[in-house]
Design a protein around this ligand. Structure first.
Ligand code: PMP
Ligand code: GLU
Length: 396
């Protein structure tokens, strides 16, 4: 009954682990949930108030398909303020979450015969979304010693006449790695020479530590801006994962095509959530700073705790709220699954034995590692790491 297209698609592993962890919680099992990537903070009050006001004002009808002018203006001003980038309203589309905007972008940009470079470790949804657009994801391993970042040499080695695009995600999910201006400039030479379309997934832009300045490719050069599509949203920055608002900026022809697609599928994102997102982006930003300070503390804490586990190594994240430690040391003590993965059985063992939910690295294209989302309290981080240590000791 099912199409070949959908048969190749598996459930998102990040959402699958969350479902499993929540089912165990519902059975009364005390799970430490390092699974899903969503801030554990509540949506700030001013944002909630904007939504409540929208409901009271009767702002409950269809809106323009690609977003209300008020929200598009807030996004335009955000790009100007934070990234020194000038966009017009027709170069912006608002979708039902960043995921939706990305899906629609891939449908519009890529098709059969197109190869798109996806550096590993990648966010779980890029390859399936590309497959759903009939394009070919070209999975490109990046050196762990280089913080799992793509280098111009590695990029060049994977280019073919069919290469159409490249996905970059900084700060990265799952590694937390951040590209510096110099690293992007080095990649830019290859990108410009081959006129690659770049998808810059900036969703963790604001969750950046150690006083770093965020930079993306579009900011480097006007020619690069023409080739770049920037994805961003309110889910992570404003603890608004359930509101489902994301946005994308880039070439007006592409945005128009995405709007057409959206007009034939979802129509507008929720009217109320759009009002809330406008307040999030243009209102006071102090809650973001507080959240980032807390995430920075937790990053240091979890790194220190991981460092005490024998054989575990971890790239130091510069942003986002993930760590992606290498657990390969323990793989000799477990059996691989049918697909040859070790990270999945180890993550399952830790869920069953230690009651700690983690996402296996295999879903991110890097089986040596396991992802922790440390968007959970300091106390739960301490408990979770103690339990993991105990369960790993039992393996020895
Ligand atoms: N990109 C990355 C790297 C992510 O981690 C997420 C989180 N789901 C998204 C995009 C999309 O987020 P959302 O759909 O909640 O805007
Ligand atoms: N991006 C988050 C994660 O990686 C949310 C889940 C998802 O959309 O995949 O856990």
């Amino acid at each position: 009954m099912l199409t070949a297209r959908i048969k190749q698609i598996k459930p998102s592993p990040t959402l699958a682990i969350d479902t499993k962890a929540k089912a165990m919680l519902a059975q009364g099992i005390d799970i430490v949930n390092f699974g899903i990537g969503e801030p554990d903070f509540d949506t700030p009050e001013n944002i909630k108030e904007a939504a409540i006001k929208a409901i009271r004002d009767g702002f409950t009808r269809y809106t323009p398909v690609g977003g209300i002018p008020e929200l598009k203006e807030a996004i335009v001003q955000k790009f100007k303020r934070d990234n020194s980038l000038a966009y017009k309203h027709e170069e912006i589309i608002v979708g039902c979450g960043g995921k939706h905007a990305l899906y629609n972008l891939f449908q519009v940009l890529f098709e059969k015969g197109h190869e798109v470079i996806v550096p590993t470790p990648y966010w779980v949804s890029y390859p399936p979304m590309l497959q759903l657009a009939d394009a070919t994801p070209v999975i490109v391993p990046t050196p762990e010693a280089n913080g799992f970042k793509l280098t111009p040499e590695v990029l060049k080695a994977h280019l073919t006449p069919r290469t159409k695009g490249l996905i970059l995600n900084s700060p990265s999910n799952p590694t937390g790695s951040v590209y510096s201006r110099e690293e992007l400039a080095a990649l830019a030479e290859v990108i410009l020479a081959h006129k690659l379309l770049v998808v810059s997934d900036d969703i963790y832009e604001k969750i950046l530590f150690d006083g770093q300045q965020f930079v993306n490719l579009a900011q480097l050069d006007p020619e690069l801006k023409k080739l770049t599509f920037i994805l961003n949203g309110v889910s992570k920055t404003y603890a608004m994962t359930g509101w489902r608002i994301g946005y994308l900026a880039g070439d007006a022809t592409v945005i128009k095509a995405m709007t057409n697609l959206q007009s034939q599928s979802t129509s507008n994102p929720t009217s109320i959530a759009q009002k809330a997102a406008a307040e999030a982006i243009s209102g006071p930003q102090d809650t973001v700073d507080r959240m980032v300070t807390e995430f920075a503390w937790r990053r240091d804490d979890i790194l220190a705790r991981l460092a005490k586990i024998p054989g575990v190594e971890c790239v130091k994240p510069g942003g986002a709220f993930y760590v992606f430690p290498n657990f390969a040391h323990y793989y000799q003590k477990i059996k691989a699954d049918k697909e040859g993965s070790y990270s999945d059985p180890l993550a399952n063992y830790l869920l069953e034995e230690a009651h700690v939910a983690l996402v296996a690295g295999i879903g991110f294209g890097e089986d040596k590692c396991i992802r922790f989302s440390y968007a959970t309290s300091r106390e739960r981080i301490a408990t979770g790491l103690e339990r993991i240590q105990g369960a790993l000791d039992k393996l020895a």
